[in-house]
Structure formats: C-alpha cells, structure tokens
Design a protein around this ligand. Structure first.
Ligand SMILES: [Zn+2]
Length: 123
C-alpha cells in the first residue's frame, strides 16, 4: 500500500489496513511549523519530508513512529463535525493541529513522493 493523504483519519485507516491485509505500507508526508513574526505575520519556520515504511510482521506502526496521534485524529473528527470551529475553541478543547495542516508546497510534495516511489522500488 502507498499512502500520501494529508488526513490523519485516512492514515489511521491505512495503518490498520496494513495489518488486516498483511501488506507492506509506505506512507509519505510533509510537515512543518508556521510561526508568526514580531508583527504577527505568518512565516514557514521549518519544513520537512518523511517516508515511513511499515511491514506488518515487523517495525513500528504510524502511531509508534508518532506520525499520527489520537489527539490529532480527534481534532480532525471535531473539525468534520464543526468546520467553522475557531482556533481558540479548538485549543480550549485541548485539540491541537497535527502539523499536517502545514502548507503542501508543490515542489517539496513532488520531491518527497519521488523518495516514496524510490523506496517502493528498492524494498
Ligand atoms: Zn504501533
């Protein structure tokens, strides 16, 4: 299986499916952090790409690799129920964004996907 969703819920489904169907799973993603400068303007503080390979009989799942977390999945379910939930309300409910809301910049996305395909071809 090859996963490249930006959705924590989708990653959880694929993370479970690899054990149900006993198939290797390669998951790619981008992450990063948006910060604010002294004038409150957002900027991209850091950015990274990730390729995770999971074999059903060995290795760590996406939870163990801390690619997905229960709190991020609950956050996405809450946003599905109330897409207009304010950031402050989300914080009050102790729901934090998963970092996967970081901007998917096209060239970086393509580069990380290339590494994922290279991983598929060499495993
Ligand atoms: Zn695990």
């Amino acid at each position: 299986m090859f996963g490249c969703t930006d959705d924590q819920i989708g990653r959880e489904v694929l993370n479970t499916a690899l054990y149900v169907y006993a198939q290797p799973y390669i998951d790619v993603g981008l992450g990063g952090q948006i910060a604010e400068d002294g004038e409150g303007q957002p900027y991209l503080r850091y950015h990274y790409g990730r390729v995770s390979t999971i074999f059903p009989e060995s290795g760590e799942c996406l939870f163990c690799q801390e690619v997905i977390k229960d709190v991020w999945i609950r956050h996405q379910y809450a946003l599905r129920e109330d897409p207009h939930m304010a950031a402050t309300e989300a914080r009050e409910r102790y729901l934090v964004g998963g970092g996967e809301q970081a901007p998917g910049v096209g060239p970086f996305t393509s580069a990380v996907a290339d590494y994922g395909v290279a991983t598929l071809l060499t495993d």
